[in-house]
Design a protein around this ligand. Structure first.
Ligand code: PMP
Length: 396
């Protein structure tokens, strides 16, 4: 006899946003579908040797790592992260950092601490899919603020902040945004922080891509402009997403609550790994690794932009990101990129349709292309296939 699970599920369960990844299996495609969906470093760039070496060193020198301990995270790792953040202009102390299982967990910790049913949460439109996955089960009302090529439209934000009930938090990816690739410029950063202060609404700054710039560093993090900004960092994009090590910078007033909440979820982040990462951050290895990654992604992005020009000039518009992993392509308004994806898959290439990045999930004329995971040959081949499918489906 099986239990009546449908009746047993919490109301919250009905609000769970299904994973994006599953849907690719349902597409009509040949086995060698070129996936522009990836938002991760390419497999061949994962620093497996360096991490294996550091793990072996940590394991021998610090066997106590195999025991329980420090839910806030390994202190030398927090010291190293604070130092890196200071170099980017944000005066952060190690005591203001909690190590998380990826920045995804940081979003969840913040949501648990701040959100009540019915609260308003402000996000960019489009926004990071995974943030919607965290916020929606809390039965909050998601309010959107549009983006342009300088990031979030702060005048539109002010209208949302001025309305009642006052939003409970502003979630933003200000640097090399996922999915739109755009970066909030300094003037708007200052305006955003000033608005948030005026209306008393906390900002959550999710920053997985800030260190992965192409030609010049982006403006300083929002956390550099205001100490109340809740900042999320991660090693998922700079080292490897499988590590599941990120960090959350929060005011001291919140730290004990955050640490106790994390303890209730998973006790602590992997202690051996944290010790290994503290070693990886010693010396200049990590900086050299970042330099190589930046050059690599810049080259892939340039190639993608060249392919877009060749395949879709006159038919679509897109941005040229200054860093990060994504280019956002927009077709004429009438185009439904959910439906178009099926055509593209028939031709052997797939993107993530714009609908995934809006809370209402309605079809959009835009889609996201990730350029970091594909080899140059696959990228060119995939773009040729996309171009063919899109030109056939969309009449200029
Ligand atoms: N935030 C954003 C904006 C992201 O793009 C991602 C990864 N796709 C995450 C958070 C989650 O990162 P992590 O692996 O550190 O949990």
């Amino acid at each position: 006899m099986s239990l009546p699970w449908d009746r047993l599920l919490a109301e919250r369960a009905a609000r769970i946003r299904p994973s994006l990844l599953v849907d690719f299996d349902r597409l009509p495609s040949s086995a060698d579908l070129v996936l522009f969906s990836g938002g991760a470093p390419p497999l061949e760039c994962l620093p497996a040797e360096r991490i294996a070496g550091a793990l072996a060193e940590a394991w021998r020198a610090e066997p106590e790592a195999l025991w329980y301990g420090e839910s806030q995270g390994h202190e030398p790792l927090r010291v190293a992260i604070a130092e890196r953040m200071r170099q980017r202009g944000a005066a952060v102390e190690p005591e203001e950092i909690i190590i998380t299982n990826g920045s995804q967990q940081g979003i969840d910790l913040i949501a648990r601490l701040l959100l009540e049913p019915g609260d308003r949460v402000v996000v960019e439109a489009p926004t990071y899919f995974g943030a919607l996955q965290v916020f929606e089960p809390f039965a909050v009302e998601i309010c959107t603020v549009p983006l342009d090529d300088r990031g979030m439209l702060v005048e539109a934000l002010e209208r949302v902040l001025a309305a009642r009930p006052r939003p409970k938090l502003i979630y933003t990816v200000p640097t090399f945004q996922n999915p739109a690739g755009v970066t909030l410029d300094l003037e708007r950063r200052q305006a955003l922080v000033a608005l948030a202060e005026r209306y008393g609404v906390p900002i959550v700054e999710d920053d997985p891509y800030g260190e992965l710039w192409f030609d010049r560093p982006p403006p300083p993090p929002l956390r550099a402009l205001h100490p109340d900004v809740l900042y999320l960092g991660t090693f998922s994009k700079t080292l490897a997403p499988g590590l599941r090590i990120g960090w959350l910078v929060a005011p001291r007033r919140l730290m004990k609550l955050l640490v106790d909440t994390k303890e209730g979820i998973d006790i602590q982040a992997d202690r051996l790994l944290q010790r290994a990462l503290a070693r990886v951050l010693e010396g200049d290895w990590f900086e050299r690794h970042l330099e190589a990654a930046r050059a690599n992604y810049r080259e892939r992005c340039t190639l993608l932009l060249r392919c877009l020009e060749r395949e879709l000039a006159g038919l679509a518009t897109w941005n040229a990101p200054g860093g990060g992993f994504f280019v956002w392509v927009t077709l004429p308004d009438a185009v439904d990129t959910d439906a178009l994806l099926v055509e593209c898959a028939r031709h052997g290439a797939a993107y993530i349709p714009g609908s995934a990045f809006y809370p209402d999930g309605a079809p959009r004329p835009s889609f996201r292309l990730g350029f970091t995971t594909l080899s140059t040959a696959r990228l060119e081949e995939g773009m040729a296939r996309l171009g063919l499918a899109i030109r056939a489906a969309v009449q200029p």
